[in-house]
Design a protein around this ligand. Structure first.
Ligand SMILES: [Zn+2]
Length: 93
């Protein structure tokens, strides 16, 4: 079982969450080219290792938060509320 610590609700089974995937920087809409928008909307690096991801607690507080997770073994190093520093405690898979 994979446990993900929600910054508001605490540790919960990962089945309560929805992953929105890797967090990438949004290009400036005033200067971005079509290629940059396409890359931003559809392409992800999908690395094997530590990834900064966005999650949604759909069966709990229904809030968004960020997490740092290792995609190789699902180790969650930390989770934090959007716009804040990392606050959560990681839980190993
Ligand atoms: Zn929650």
């Amino acid at each position: 079982m994979i446990v993900l610590p929600c910054p508001w609700c605490g540790p919960r089974n990962v089945t309560e969450f929805h992953s929105l995937g890797e967090v990438v920087d949004r290009p400036d809409p005033r200067t971005a080219t079509r290629s940059e928008w396409r890359t931003y909307l559809y392409l992800r690096n999908n690395p094997a290792g530590r990834v900064h991801e966005r999650w949604f607690h759909r069966a709990g507080c229904r809030r968004f938060f960020d997490a740092e997770r290792d995609t190789r073994d699902n180790t969650v190093f930390s989770t934090w509320r959007l716009g804040r520093e990392e606050t959560g405690t990681g839980v190993e898979a």
